[in-house]
Write a protein that binds this ligand. Structure first.
Ligand code: SF4
Ligand code: SF4
Length: 366
């Protein structure tokens, strides 16, 4: 993966403006490698978790595989429950602590470098982009919808997020929150999720395939319109001090950034990109021919971050956050092997169902 890089060459526009031009040379596309790295980690986590569940499903004979806590990245509602519980109790719950830590790190990176979690880390974002690229290559349409269609569709992810925030922060009492977190259902929510995908029913499969087809036709369909995790990251990104910043004095109004932006943001008409759709992908920066015209930076172009610095900062923050959680004993949950053995055997019973957040009555011994 290579893109243009910069070696200055002074030129003058027709209107007499002097500017420094980048010339093309190979440069590593750090964002691609960052996304590929996190996707590979996610696949490895999925495989390890599958082995862990299979071990108990098949009688728990032999050496027990370890459960990778990173699987809780796929429990965003547990992450949100954990944040509320943290506010209430002042401590991380020990059922799905890493769900809360991963959600917290996603929000922190977004609050620093726009939605960099979506653009540099999230494997779903990576796959969505790959599907969109394949679609654009085949049908040639950039997938930009008229505003009167785009705006209502973009609001769906915020409505979904509002529903979860309302249910968790305003409908649950501290007692019902604790009851839910400790419930048999929540203790095996990660295993139920795996089983959902391993034994997927035809309706769910059609829905997922429809989303892939829509992502093929309309660039970033899932991320732009439906993902509540992305909506939360977008809200955090409004306070980000690092934003894409255009320096009008160096800009030659070529419009290349507008054409390159997958989020359809009119970069060339703005000085600071505040849009909730900017995921700091830097495709606009990569195509900009004028040195210093466009950067991911603090206001007025200060402390700009090239792509290598961005990948080191975003990935580094995740590693530091997870390392601190491990060192402080907050990464692994407190569910023992004996408990997993027992629960996986009885997971299909009514004790492990829930109805719109309501869990069946259980005693602490359950
Ligand atoms: S191309 Fe630029 S403005 Fe558009 S989403 Fe990527 S970083 Fe943001
Ligand atoms: S790519 Fe955008 S910011 Fe860069 S010179 Fe062209 S219009 Fe200006």
């Amino acid at each position: 993966m290579t893109t243009a890089t910069m070696e200055p060459k002074t030129l003058t526009t027709k209107s007499g403006k002097t500017w420094l031009r980048r010339t093309a040379k190979g440069q590593t596309d750090w964002r691609f490698w960052s996304q590929a790295f996190w996707t590979a980690i996610t696949i490895w986590i999925g495989w390890e978790f599958y082995r862990f569940v299979k071990f108990y499903e098949s009688g728990a004979v032999g050496v027990e595989p370890s459960r990778p806590p990173g699987v809780e990245a796929f429990l965003p509602i547990s992450g949100l429950l954990g944040i509320r519980d943290w506010f209430v109790s002042g401590a991380l719950n020990n059922i799905h602590p890493s769900a809360t830590i991963i959600l917290g790190l996603a929000l922190l990176t977004s609050a620093l470098w726009k939605k960099s979690f979506c653009g540099w880390v999230c494997p779903v974002g990576f796959i969505s982009e790959a599907v969109a690229t394949a679609g654009k290559t085949m049908h040639g349409w950039k997938g930009k919808l008229p505003k009167f269609v785009d705006w209502p569709l973009r609001s769906i992810k915020y409505l979904l997020l509002a529903f979860f925030v309302w249910a968790i922060f305003f409908q649950m009492t501290p007692q019902s929150l604790r009851t839910f977190i400790e419930s048999p259902y929540n203790r095996v929510a990660d295993i139920k999720m795996l089983r959902f995908f391993a034994h997927i029913d035809p309706t769910s499969l059609y829905i997922i395939l429809s989303l892939v087809v829509l992502g093929f036709l309309i660039s970033g369909f899932w991320c732009r319109f439906l993902c509540p995790y992305g909506a939360l990251a977008a809200l955090a990104s409004f306070v980000a001090p690092w934003k894409i910043t255009r320096k009008a004095s160096a800009c030659i109004d070529c419009n290349k950034c507008n054409i390159a932006c997958p989020a359809h943001i009119p970069v060339a008409q703005l000085t600071r990109i505040r849009s909730d759709e900017c995921n700091a992908c830097m495709q606009c920066v990569a195509v900009c021919p004028s040195i210093n015209a466009l950067e991911l930076s603090l206001p007025k172009g200060r402390a700009h971050m090239p792509r290598l610095a961005t990948v080191l900062a975003v990935t580094g923050l995740f590693f530091v956050g997870i390392g601190v959680a491990m060192a402080s004993g907050n990464w692994q949950n407190s569910i023992t092997s004996d408990e997993y053995r027992r629960r996986i055997q009885e997971i299909d019973t009514s004790k492990y169902q829930h109805n719109r957040g309501e869990v069946p009555d259980y005693s602490p011994k359950d």
